[in-house]
Design a protein around this ligand. Structure first.
Ligand SMILES: [Zn+2]
Length: 437
């Protein structure tokens, strides 16, 4: 690892590697990985045998992409159930390397088991991200841990010289976070989530403490867990904090945006990224919408191989204005939420900003009605605030339909409902954005 004089990157050789060199590195890692997983992972062996693929058939990155069969969550769960194997047949090693089994969040069903190693590859990427935010050797950064990440211990950060200050990822710990921020002057906060922001807002209101002053040492804060609402974005920037959004990269590692805020950086030395037609295996054009398919290049415990994530992303391999060359993605939704209206891809993310244009619908309570994936008309159930009504419901409906159909270039049908009735099944963040009826 070398350091450039301009101090811009944690690992300049890796972060600014040419596309040809990235692919050369990926190929070398894939050719090592293929015989390894085939001989050790029972799931991979079963799936490849079914497809008639042998490790010796794979002699290049192109062979890998052309021949190796996909796996997905259903296949991992199926293996788990058929073989009574809690790790879904993914495990390639025994103790002491296998630390345990983690699980995906299970938002689309039964959580999927994922074996976890002692060394978590996500740390390799996080060092690059924290450096980008402005953390240097001997600087502190706040490390608010979720309990399931307890394996991310301080010694993992040794080679960077960064000093993690661990805080439990709990709303009740927020007064401690504030106190510690004043005492140690950390440079980055990893990471905030909606429940922590709500707790900090309440703390500020109850105590009158000045959080802008308390947080003045931070050069950035990482936010993750879900898309950030405009309200919470405004609250956090009000504390003088620049927000960096973080998301999971197909359960292999994480992906985070940079100061350019133009897509989240993926680290293609850690994960092989494919950006494919959600309905097939064709590569999608650069910067278009496609399904994220990942292969873990540095995980020797339970690597996912050509794992179809069900996540739809807009993906580009164009170098970023920050100087890094690895691909960038914008998460846009789940595969099961996408609708094709007259062939155009529509997701809830397309609807959000349009709802904010009207006083009556600004709370953004809406649902896409999706009896099946393809339809001729986009039908939206839209919640409105009764007290904000300016004209008749027919007029509001026509105004909303007009804006949506103009913006998305598809025929639109609006069904209005009061916000109150939209909320009868739970709080705003629990409303299913896509529903069958
Ligand atoms: Zn960038």
């Amino acid at each position: 690892m070398t350091r450039l004089d301009d101090d811009k990157f944690f690992d300049p050789d890796m972060e600014t590697m040419s596309r040809a060199d990235i692919e050369k590195l990926q190929e070398a890692r894939i050719l090592k990985l293929v015989p390894y997983v085939y001989s050790r992972s029972a799931l991979i062996r079963e799936v490849w045998d079914e497809a008639g693929v042998k490790p010796e058939d794979i002699k290049s990155l192109a062979d890998f992409k052309a021949k190796v069969p996909f796996i997905d969550k259903d296949r991992i769960r199926q293996f788990r159930d058929e073989h009574g194997d809690p790790s879904g047949g993914l495990v390639c090693v025994g103790p002491p390397h296998l630390r345990g089994v983690g699980f995906t969040s299970g938002t689309t069903g039964d959580p999927t088991p994922l074996p976890r190693s002692e060394y978590h590859v996500a740390i390799a990427g996080l060092k690059r991200e924290l450096w980008h935010i402005g953390v240097r050797a001997n600087d502190y950064f706040t490390y608010a841990l979720f309990t399931f990440r307890e394996g991310l211990n301080a010694d993992k950060w040794m080679d960077s010289g960064f000093r993690p200050v661990t805080v439990q990822h709990l709303p009740s710990e927020m007064p401690h976070l504030v106190k510690m921020s004043r005492e140690l002057r950390p440079k980055a906060m990893f990471m905030l989530s909606t429940p922590l922001i709500i707790a900090l807002e309440k703390y500020e209101k109850d105590t009158g403490d000045d959080l802008k002053e308390a947080f003045s040492s931070y050069k950035g804060v990482v936010f993750g867990g879900e898309p950030m609402s405009p309200h919470f974005r405004a609250v956090v920037t009000g504390w003088g904090l620049e927000i960096f959004e973080l998301s999971s990269l197909g359960d292999i590692t994480t992906t985070m945006d940079c100061r350019a805020h133009d897509g989240m950086h993926t680290w293609e030395d850690i994960a092989l990224i494919e950006h494919l037609d959600p309905d097939g295996d064709a590569e999608m054009p650069d910067d278009s919408r496609g399904e994220l398919v990942v292969t873990a290049l540095l995980d020797d415990v339970g690597p996912l191989i050509r794992f179809r994530t069900d996540d739809l992303v807009q993906f580009t391999r164009k170098p970023c204005s920050c100087g890094r060359t690895h691909g960038r993605l914008k998460p846009i939704g789940r595969k099961g939420d996408e609708m094709l209206i007259e062939g155009r891809s529509i997701l809830p993310i397309d609807i959000w900003p349009l709802m904010e244009q009207f006083e009556e619908t600004r709370t953004g309570l809406f649902q896409m009605i999706r009896p099946q994936r393809e339809a001729d008309v986009l039908t939206l159930r839209v919640g409105y605030e009764e007290s904000a009504l300016k004209d008749s419901l027919e007029q509001l409906s026509a105004r909303v339909a007009d804006v949506v159909s103009t913006a998305l270039q598809v025929p639109v049908k609006i069904i209005l409902a009061t916000n109150q009735s939209m909320l009868k099944d739970g709080p705003p963040n629990k409303i299913p954005r896509v529903t069958k009826q």
